[in-house]
Design a protein around this ligand. Sequence first.
Ligand SMILES: [Zn+2]
Length: 336
Amino acid sequence: MKFVPIVLLSFAAILMACDHDKNASSTATQTKVPAASDDTAATKLSLPPDAGSSPAIDSTRAFQYVKEIVAFGPRPLGSANHKKVEDYLLAHLKGDEVENDTFIAGTPEGKFPVHNLVAKFPGTKDGIIVIASHYDTNYPLRKTSFVGANDGGSSSGLLLEFANQLRGKTREGYSVWLVWDDAEEAIKPDTEVPFLDDSLYGIRHLAEKWEADATLKKIKAFLLADMVGDADLNIEHDSNSTPWLEDVVYEAATRVGYQSHFFARTMPVDDDHIPFMKLGVACADFIDFDYGYNDVFWHTTQDTMDKLSPKSLEIVGVTMLETVRILDKMDPLPPK
Ligand SMILES: [Zn+2]
């Protein structure tokens, strides 16, 4: 994924441009998202009553999955480790309904097989909520020890835990499809090829496929998890996501008591949700783009397990499942 704008508002109100992005086209400002009880868009949503209990996940087990994925080492597209992680994910989804979306992607470095995995868990209600995470690691860093503990690892382990929670029952609500998408990372550095022309290969393919076979019409929301394990967790208010769905996410975070970890900062992020946004699906990106001071661990060999915490997986996991639970009962959902 990638920062789009990159303007941070410091305590001294000094605007500081960050040099991650050479193509900044807009600005982001730090904003406080008001509580849902204020006169905001959230109050205009038809929200169901608070269930009064939080969804549960086993964050110790989720953290263990992250450790095991990261232990394979760097898993860039086309590598032996990448195949091992695919097999690891499939082994944990044994017995589940899994759609394998495999194709050959043409990239600036040649052709690569790309492999998206979709585990489908049925609900009683007509419609699908997609929860996605990429599992590949950064390609330009393939010859380093970069393991993407947070970037690709954290969210992929969390989704395996979601599968545990969803397995073996028909949920009261929408079907939930978990997507481990591939080839999210750019093949060439952004300075050589624009990010959106050379990244998101797997999820772009899935979005197009689901548009062609009309699956897309059934998708009520697309929730994305990316870089969700940082022990110092600050999920961004992403202005590239769907505003009403971001309001629902904040409401969910508030209901489960984790709102202090959400939306201290507003910024647009280019990530796996963009192809679905372009096709009119409501999307929310759960991403913490403040990984180490000034994001210093992002896309470096310092993105390792010691920076992560099971508590952060708990915070994001429970908030995502609460978001799904609220969406189940919002009828009708706002226009996309
Ligand atoms: Zn990355």
